[in-house]
Design a protein around this ligand. Structure first.
Ligand code: GLN
Length: 229
């Protein structure tokens, strides 16, 4: 299984994502610059966190026009796995690949600390190695993580089980404690917390590891190969 880690000017979690794939899975992974126009070699696209284009406008508002985002849209349509973390989640909502938007934290402060998440849907390619309802510890680091959508969209998210992670203690004011959502098909996931910063006990928690094993196991299942771990 081949992974791409997108890199925008100002990304700063690209190396963590790359290392997580390398260390947890040992699968091939490439950095892919934002000007790339071909993602056909990849099975999973990671859209990492950071401050793309300096976040001088709304986070993700400029990145969504990067040439590579047309390819991400194509990959999503083809059913490939797309994971947007933090700034990556913001970029995916700006690009219309996920519904809703991320607003400034209610506190108007950048929040950087561990959070307890509940796995609200383990029936996705990204969460299958967790138990339904399991509580996991994953850090956050953002100023604009306050998820918002209109009532109709929220009803749809709930009806289709697209709310994948919720916060036990809401750090940013997000609607119904939403920490991560998927698209309707389930192959695109965006989340504010950083699983790639939680892949070794040395980092304080390794609860993020199973997101990566989930993706690989989901892909192997699809391709008739044996599961890992
Ligand atoms: N760690 C991140 O990706 C931060 C995202 C964005 N810059 C914010 O502050 O919300």
């Amino acid at each position: 299984m081949k992974f791409a880690v997108l890199v925008f000017p100002g990304s700063n979690c690209d190396i963590d994502c790359y290392k997580a794939v390398e260390d947890v899975l040992g699968e091939p992974v490439d950095y892919v610059w934002h000007t790339a126009t071909d993602l056909s070699a990849y099975d999973c696209i990671l859209v990492p966190g950071g401050f793309s284009y300096g976040d001088y406008l709304r986070c993700g508002a400029i990145s969504r026009f990067a040439p590579v985002m047309n390819e991400v849209a194509k990959a999503a349509e083809q059913g490939k796995f797309i994971l947007g973390i933090c700034n990556g989640f913001q970029i995916l909502t700006e690009a219309g690949l996920l519904p809703g938007a991320l607003r400034r934290n209610m506190s108007m402060k950048f929040r950087c600390h561990d959070t307890v998440l509940q796995v609200a849907n383990n029936n996705t390619p990204f969460t299958r190695d967790y138990a339904q309802g399991e509580e996991i510890v994953i850090p956050i680091a953002h100023g604009e993580g306050n998820y918002y959508c209109d009532e109709e969209t929220l009803a749809r998210l709930q009806a289709n089980n697209q709310i994948v992670f919720t916060y036990k203690s809401n750090p940013n004011g997000s609607l119904t404690d939403i920490a991560g959502i998927s698209n309707e098909q389930g192959n695109v996931l965006g989340m504010m917390p950083h699983p790639e910063r939680a892949v070794d006990q040395l980092l304080g928690t390794d609860d993020g590891k199973r997101m990566f094993t989930s993706i690989l196991n989901a892909w192997r299942d699809k391709h008739g190969a044996a599961s890992v771990r």
